[in-house]
Design a protein around this ligand. Structure first.
Ligand code: SF4
Ligand code: SF4
Length: 403
């Protein structure tokens, strides 16, 4: 399929102003970098400004075959949306246009790469095969998706906890903590035994048709389970259901989607859980891109649903925990480095990006870094190399509500 006209328009609209290279100076007061890809590889082509030229050239039919370097530029990008938020503030001279949705453009280019047989990268194909055979991105046995405390939960119910591949196969301690919180709240929560990967690893790397099948499967399974509300502890799954599923199936989902940080805050306000145990620590908070700017008002969604304040409120609700902010926070947050297929294809780049974030966290004087996504936790722990503790908020809440 040829790229739709809007991509040629966006490619032409990019004025190479390079606003997308740095955080919002007016808010942060310092010219700090926002783009892991451009910062790591150092060439214009790796920033959004350069990649928009690739978008333009592809849309104009000027690329006959991709070089190895072109594929590297296209895939060595976490699709974090840091650039999108900066570009949003730019009005292209002579037009009423306000910014370019670069995340949408980069994912469309990756889809085109797959359709032309030029992509994805080999490891992304392996992930697709894992999902095909075992229903999860990591290739773990499908029979082991639901383990531990989650096995005690019923298969059907009005509230369903969607575990996600990373929590199920790599961060089971976060699944345990989440289920502990849900049980303590007294809510009747179910876990589907036929849950499959949400499709995020496929969508972020351009492998769309298989993701459509997963969306259809998961939505049918939720219907069969009687779900009216779905709870997510994975930022990537939540973003995929919120942003991608309605587009993939062409209609609104008739089910309420809730991120765990939102739910925890409500449970605390309603007195259903009480964080009482003191955890004496100075911590800082890392905003996962997928529940932050990917859900923000503007280019990506007309309806602002970004989750910035809820996790911070949850942190502040724990006795003894003190929160200090990193310079780059909320829509100006530096990405953890794992998204967009980068963790699997370019692990060294992913960890470099995480180390940058850990250094920024250390600069605040915090003893630990807290976030709200199992994939961010994994990569940030890799970047911390044991020099700084990295927690998900569910771990801290589960500890604080323990009798
Ligand atoms: S901020 Fe937008 S218009 Fe400016 S260089 Fe970046 S992508 Fe192009
Ligand atoms: S999506 Fe993130 S890594 Fe990719 S070009 Fe934009 S800021 Fe850089």
């Amino acid at each position: 399929m040829v790229l739709e006209k809007r991509y040629l328009k966006w490619g032409n609209l990019c004025g190479k102003c390079n606003t997308c290279h740095q955080v919002d100076y007016h808010k942060i007061g310092e010219p700090l970098p926002i783009c892991p890809s451009g910062s790591r590889f150092g060439y214009e082509a790796y920033f959004s400004s350069g990649k928009m030229e690739i978008v333009r050239a592809l849309a104009a039919g000027e690329i006959e075959e991709p070089s190895e370097r072109l594929l590297h530029i296209i895939y060595a990008c976490t699709v974090c949306g840091g650039c999108t938020m900066q570009c949003k503030g730019v009005t292209t001279p002579g037009t009423p246009e306000k910014g370019i949705d670069s995340v949408d453009a980069f994912e469309r280019v990756r889809r085109e790469m797959v359709e032309l047989g030029w992509g994805p990268l080999p490891i992304h194909k392996t992930i697709a095969e894992n999902i095909e055979s075992e229903n999860n991105a990591y290739g773990g046995p499908k029979s082991e998706r639901v383990t531990g405390l989650a096995k005690d939960l019923p298969e059907k119910g009005k509230i369903v906890y969607f575990i996600g591949c990373t929590s199920a196969y790599r961060r089971t301690e976060l699944t345990e903590a989440t289920v502990k919180i849900l049980k303590a709240s007294g809510l009747d929560v179910a876990v589907m035994r036929d849950e499959k990967c949400c499709g995020s690893p496929l969508l972020r790397t351009g492998q769309v048709p298989q993701a459509v099948e997963l969306a259809a499967h998961n939505l049918n399974a939720l219907k069969a389970a009687g779900a009216e509300k779905v709870v997510f502890s994975c930022a990537g799954c939540y973003r995929t259901f919120m942003q991608d599923y309605p587009k993939l199936i062409g209609e609104d989902l008739n089910v309420e989607l809730v991120h765990i940080s939102d739910l925890i805050l409500d449970l605390i306000k309603d007195g259903k859980i009480k964080p009482t145990k003191e955890i004496k620590k100075l911590v800082t908070y890392h905003d996962p891109c997928h529940i932050g700017r990917h859900l923000c008002e503007g280019l990506l969604d007309k309806n602002p649903q970004c989750i910035y304040e809820q996790p911070r409120e949850v942190i502040k609700s724990i006795p003894g925990l003190e929160l200090v902010e990193m310079k780059r926070n909320r829509e100006n947050a530096w990405c953890c480095g794992s998204g967009g297929g980068v963790k699997s294809a370019f692990p060294e780049f992913a960890v470099w990006t995480a180390k940058e974030r850990i250094d920024e966290a250390k600069e605040t004087g915090a003893e630990a870094l807290v976030t709200s996504c199992p994939f961010c936790v994994t990569n940030l722990r890799d970047g911390a190399e044991g020099e700084m503790d990295v927690y998900d908020i569910v771990e801290l809440i589960a500890e604080s509500i323990e009798e």
